[in-house]
Design a binder for this molecule. Structure first.
Ligand code: KG4
Ligand code: ZN
Length: 367
């Protein structure tokens, strides 16, 4: 069994996979034995955002209980774990450290391989859970949009990435959340804003589309300022349900148009066979619909994860780890045997000396 761990932000997430089933050709979703995600939303809501120190402490408290719950389907048999995969970054340093320390402890104690992973790359591999996914076809284009990241990536081959565009300031999810907060929708307001937007008129208020001529960058901070001014001008009118819905629809439109326009330019440049939409913002229905139309225009297939694998989870990290191990199956199995016999002295699949990487560009991942 492979144990996957992600504690990069405020979700404590663990998943367990049958490694052998994956190596013998089963789809990743059919190899999933168990998964748990513990959200800390309530803890951070009163501060209006994630408090890193509190999140790290909460991971430390949650982890042992969650591991117990995760192992229930295999009767708590911790010895069935034959490898551990942990997110090394990017993310909040203290949070990453908790997951890494647990992962290292488990791997060292049981003398089993340890694989360290990039969280953004994990978001991409979350798409493997889509019923539309069979295999990666290169080149592919990936739009990875979450609360912390906004990236348009040319996926040239297995683990070969070229960043086409990224944000200069706020991430798309952050823009949803901050605008939602300005409109008075609380935290985290992205999903609430997109729900209200469904009954609003997106043409009602003209809001800026960030950097609409620059296809190598996104920018959402200007939108935030414009929404701040709009809410001030509207004053108490913003309390009116229809006005609120119209503002939400206009905000959503400004974010979605920026994402679509740059993705379109990316598709023109790359000639992609597949278009991936991943990360928390991939849960947005308008974005999905618009990207689907765009993909059809370019005769490429749009693939996005099921909603529960859009936001942070450990199953997407497990999918990535399984694929890494499968690509080097013989090497991995011989290293695992050497470890079991206490004779392995290498560092591959044994990155004990590696620290957390709060900043971990996608282009720095390596086999
Ligand atoms: O991937 P994720 O769980 O965490 C990060 O790694 O950042 O993404 C969370 C982000 C939040 O900013 C949240 O507001 C946004 O995804 N989000 C949405 C929707 N659902 C989640 N944004 C717009 N529309 C949604 N339906
Ligand atoms: Zn994430």
């Amino acid at each position: 069994m492979l144990l996957a761990i992600d504690t990069s932000c405020d979700e404590t997430a663990l998943s367990l996979f049958d490694e052998h089933d994956y190596f013998t050709g089963k789809r990743v979703a059919d190899c999933l034995v168990s998964e748990v995600v513990s959200s800390q939303v309530d803890l951070h809501a009163e501060y209006g955002g994630v408090v890193p120190e509190l999140a790290a402490r909460e991971h430390l408290v949650n982890f042992p209980h969650l591991l117990g719950a995760l192992l229930k389907p295999i009767n708590g048999d911790i010895e069935a774990i034959s490898s551990v995969a942990v997110t090394r970054g990017p993310g909040l340093n203290g949070c990453l450290l908790v997951g890494l320390c647990f992962g290292k402890g488990l791997a060292l104690g049981a003398r089993i391989p340890l694989v360290l992973l990039n969280h953004i790359e994990g978001h991409l591999f979350g798409a493997m859970f889509s019923a539309d996914f069979n295999a990666f076809e290169y080149p592919a284009l990936a739009l990875i949009v979450s609360g912390g990241h906004t990236l348009l990536v040319n996926v040239k081959g297995f683990r070969q990435y070229e960043i086409i565009a990224q944000t200069r300031d706020d991430a798309a999810g952050e823009a949803f959340d901050k605008c939602a907060s300005l409109i008075g929708l609380g935290y985290p307001g992205g999903p609430k804003l997109s729900k209200l937007a469904q009954s609003g008129d997106a043409t009602k208020y003209r809001l800026p589309i960030g950097l609409n001529k620059d296809n190598t960058s996104f920018s959402f901070s200007g939108l935030k300022t414009a929404v701040y001014r709009l809410v001030q001008d509207l004053d108490s009118e913003v309390e009116n349900e229809q006005v609120k819905a119209d503002v939400c629809a206009s905000v959503e439109n400004a974010i979605v148009v920026a994402l679509i326009e740059k993705t379109k330019a990316g598709l023109n440049a790359v000639g992609a066979k597949q278009l991936f939409l991943c990360g928390g913002v991939a849960a947005n229905a308008t974005l999905r619909k618009e990207l689907k139309n765009l993909a059809e225009e370019f005769s490429c297939r749009l693939i996005f994860p099921p909603i529960k694998y859009c936001t942070d989870n450990a199953s997407m990290m497990g999918a990535l780890a399984l694929e890494i191990l499968k690509q080097d199956k013989d090497g991995y199995e011989s290293i695992r045997n050497m470890m079991r016999n206490g004779v392995y002295r290498g560092t591959k699949f044994r990155e004990d000396a590696a620290g957390a990487k709060p900043r971990f560009p996608l282009t720095e991942v390596s086999n």
